[in-house]
Design a binder for this molecule. Structure first.
Ligand code: MD3
Ligand code: FE
Length: 219
């Protein structure tokens, strides 16, 4: 490698093993790294069909994270509330299908974390830019809360806040980087969580951006 123009692609992110966070929550460091190029290409096709947009909360606040979806169902928020919907409200058409690469990764990661047979029907795509955050919340709009959620991080790093069953419970901070995958189920499924404001950073092929894919079984 030439020291003047280091080729960042010569250091591929590899799976570095499983880190238990707490019962029901498992971090798979770098698990998506080897698939990042394919995931990114499929992601570009999805967001060309269903562009990222800033949703409005039921309280009337514009979310700083830009969102889209693929799969049979997509998570949406507006003045009427939060829900899963088969139709993209911006286009009036169904959400783009889950790419095979997304489905395979989600199922394999869930199995590696101990959740066999995970078959998501929804993938929420979150795009963070420096300064963007996601405040502490629970994911409870899915029909069967015994089903896990699988999250895939791509691009610049973020600090994930992971709390407890009650909003006021203490939180732990978990740094998440490019290629990291986390599976959340069992006793961790309804725990509060969020993302601290992202610092300025640059990733070789994602630019100044973090993409998080969260796979859910909504129905
Ligand atoms: C823990 N996304 O989309 S992923 C969300 O990084 C969301 O974009 C964050 O929270 C992000 O709802 C965090 C990790 C995650 C997702 C769902 C969970 C953690 C979870 C559900 C229960 C407990
Ligand atoms: Fe969440």
């Amino acid at each position: 490698m030439n020291a003047v123009t280091p080729d960042l692609f010569e250091s591929p992110v590899e799976f570095q093993g499983t880190v238990p966070i707490e019962p029901g929550a498992v971090l798979l460091r770098g698990f998506a790294g080897p698939h990042a190029t394919t995931l990114h290409a499929d992601l570009m096709r999805v967001v060309a069909e269903a562009p990222l947009r800033h949703l409005v909360t039921p309280g009337g606040f514009r979310m700083s994270v830009a969102m889209s979806n693929c799969g049979a169902l997509g998570w949406v928020s507006d003045r009427r509330g939060y829900r899963y919907d088969a139709i993209d409200p911006d286009s009036g058409r169904p959400w783009p299908p889950l790419p095979a690469s997304f489905m395979q990764l989600a199922t394999q990661a869930a199995a590696a974390a101990g959740f066999e047979g995970f078959a998501p029907d929804a993938c929420l795509i979150n795009r963070y830019e420096p300064g963007t955050r996601l405040s502490l919340h629970q994911d409870r709009d899915e029909r069967d809360l015994r089903q896990p959620i699988v999250s895939v991080s791509l691009g610049i790093p973020a600090v994930f806040l992971f709390g407890g069953a009650k909003r006021a419970d203490t939180t732990q901070r978990i740094p998440l980087g490019h290629g990291d995958v986390v599976a959340w189920g069992g006793p961790a499924r309804l725990h509060h969580h969020g993302v601290l404001p992202l610092k300025d950073a640059w990733h070789p092929f994602m630019g100044a951006c973090r993409i998080n894919l969260t796979f859910r079984k909504a129905r």
